[in-house]
Write a protein that binds this ligand. Structure first.
Ligand code: ARG
Length: 588
């Protein structure tokens, strides 16, 4: 047995042989389109597509493929159904051998990518002196899951936290800092009172013309590099960084201060970039502003849409920075895959930046950029998630509430923990895991409803359900060891002779064999919910297995096999959760 833990991988060469034999070499590499099915272990659905090309009845196509499949150890049965579907039943011997190989593999059957890449992931990207809100939560949680999963696959991941740390609001923020006094302002920002600070500055800017003038002068000083202004600016930046780090720590997010490459990093690159593009004739002056016109973008009147990179006052904006950033990521960081985990409203902006980078000859194959866009977080009233005052909900408050709600669940359901310290620790794992799982488990492009009470539960499609299955296995180990003195595992997996027990064991093994497919699917589609679904299905298969099959009280040989199957299940659940950035507590 090589590292073919994945049924689809094992079946591919068989189909290649069959397709070549039945229809000729030009069909050999066609995808057998294998899907899971209620009628069999897997179903191949290629007959319909082939029928037209071959001018044959779909059913006859299916029969021809079935007849041409070479003798093999993977399949026990092939049945042609309906319009040529192939219902495939895997051989028990193959399943147990594959599950055994998976058990012996520290990576649980997920190989490293054959062509590792350098991947830049732009995620989180909060703004200095501004509160992190649920939009940043989504970017942070999705981006971090992708970073973990791609690293696990052997890619070199470069995290880029594109913090908003530059621009005109800093004029009013610095002046407000001076009015408040450095020490007082630092104290306020140090405890994370970012939005009140920002709002107070904004209020003065809007209501006090003298203040607004000072703020505008301050922007000029900041942009011209006045040392004292830069010092004040960096106070705001440092305090915010400290605050972001604290949020990341509480959220178990892997971002560190080293991953911060804020907008200000690109400052010195912007003027030369614009000059270069202007000189080369790649950017053109349009109503006194310097613009790129990336192909394929037009306004309502079908006129080319500009990507403005230098405003008529000579200033640079968000687009200029993103253009400099994409060049940096390609030319300096030498990444071949660029991911932007940014909300759906920025779709057009990013599409224009990508198109411009393509036009400029930077973004050329195999280098590619992908907007990993996501929908909004809604309240239980299905409207944008806001506080009663209409403000964006603070991320830290959400974490607090989630941990609190989780604590209620833990106290009610977790009979294995009693001391306060463990309860607190567990509530944190469950609460943070609940937020993350709820976010990751829905199709990321869609909006989702933030329903804390639902997501902290241990039932339903929740993180807690998966965590609980994992902890339950650990508890089986503890109880078995306590009662029998030692845990004896089997080297190899096999199936019971009892038919209903056999079926539950087989179903669980078959589920587990889908781990590789789930991880690779997330890598390719950047849709973490595919892994969430896998983990939920696996936890469910485990729960059925455990209802059907005694472990501790089984005969010694069977017990050893089942303990090994439990170990494989726990390993896969914990690894899968860790790829999502969710803890797997040993005791619940
Ligand atoms: N700071 C921005 C915001 O809060 C997100 C930045 C996203 N990344 C980027 N390269 N534009 O909306």
């Amino acid at each position: 047995m090589t590292n073919l833990h994945d049924p689809r991988e094992a079946l591919r060469p068989l189909f290649r042989t069959a397709l070549q034999a039945a229809f000729g070499p030009e069909f050999a590499d066609e995808d057998p389109i294998l899907r899971s099915s209620t009628h069999a272990d897997l179903q191949a659905n290629l007959a319909m597509g082939f029928a037209r090309r071959l001018k044959m009845q779909p059913r006859a196509v299916g029969e021809a493929i079935a007849a041409a499949l070479p003798r093999n150890e993977v399949l026990a049965r092939v049945e042609v159904a309906g319009p040529g579907f192939l219902n495939l039943t895997l051989a028990d011997g193959w399943i147990t051998a594959a599950a055994t190989a998976m058990l012996q593999d520290p990576r649980f059957g997920v190989p490293c990518a054959t062509r590792p890449e350098r991947v830049v992931i732009d995620y989180s990207a909060p703004n200095v002196a501004k509160e992190m809100h649920v939009g940043h939560l989504r970017s942070t949680v999705i981006g971090d899951a992708l970073a973990r999963l791609l690293s696990f696959r052997g890619h070199e991941v470069i995290r880029q936290n594109h913090v908003g740390d530059w621009g005109t609001p800093f004029g009013m923020l610095i002046e407000h800092l001076l009015d408040r006094g450095e020490a007082e302002a630092s104290a306020e920002l140090g405890v994370g009172e970012l939005s009140s600070f920002y709002k107070a500055a904004r209020r003065k800017f809007d209501g006090d013309p003298g203040f607004a003038d000072r703020a505008r002068n301050r922007v000029v000083k900041l942009q011209s590099g006045d040392p004292e202004t830069l010092r004040l600016w960096s106070i705001l930046v440092q305090l915010s960084h400290r605050y972001f780090s604290e949020v990341y720590r509480r959220l178990d997010v892997t971002l560190t201060p080293d991953d911060i490459k804020g907008e200000s990093f690109y400052n010195s690159l912007l003027a030369p970039l614009c000059d270069e593009l202007e000189k080369q004739g790649k950017a053109t002056i349009n109503q006194d502003a310097l613009c790129l016109f990336p192909p394929g973008f037009v306004n309502r009147d079908k006129e080319p849409l500009p990507l403005m990179i230098r405003k008529k006052d000579g200033g640079f904006g968000y687009a200029t920075t993103d253009l400099a950033a994409i060049r940096h990521r390609i030319e300096d960081l030498k990444a071949t895959r660029l991911l932007y985990v940014v909300g759906a409203p920025q779709e057009q902006h990013l599409a224009m930046v990508f198109a411009a980078a393509r036009e400029l000859g930077w973004l050329v194959p195999p280098i590619r950029a992908e907007h990993v866009k996501f929908g909004s977080v809604l309240g239980t009233d299905k409207r944008m998630f806001k506080t009663r005052q209409g403000d964006a909900v603070r991320l830290v408050d959400l974490i607090d509430e989630a941990v609190e709600a989780a604590q209620r669940e833990v106290r009610e359901n977790c009979k294995e923990v009693d001391d306060e310290e463990t309860i607190r620790e567990l509530s944190r794992s469950v609460g943070v895991g609940a937020i993350k799982f709820a976010d990751l488990s829905c199709d990321r492009i869609k909006d989702y409803v933030f329903d804390l009470d639902r997501m902290v539960r241990f039932e339903g499609r929740t993180g807690g359900y998966v965590q609980y299955a994992h902890a339950r296995i650990q508890s089986i180990f503890r109880k078995t060891e306590k009662e029998l003195g030692a845990l004896v595992f089997a080297q190899g997996l096999s199936l019971s002779s009892d038919s209903s027990e056999r079926q539950a064991e087989r179903a669980l093994m078959l589920r587990l064999l889908g781990f590789r497919e789930a991880v690779e699917a997330v890598e390719n589609t950047l849709q973490p919910h595919l892994l969430c679904t896998f983990l939920l299905d696996t936890a469910e298969a485990f729960s059925t297995f455990y209802q059907q099959c005694p472990v501790k009280n089984a005969a010694p040989e069977r017990r050893a096999v089942r303990l090994s199957l439990c170990k494989l299940t726990a390993g896969v659940l914990a690894t899968g959760l860790s790829l999502l950035g969710i803890q797997a507590p040993p005791r619940m």
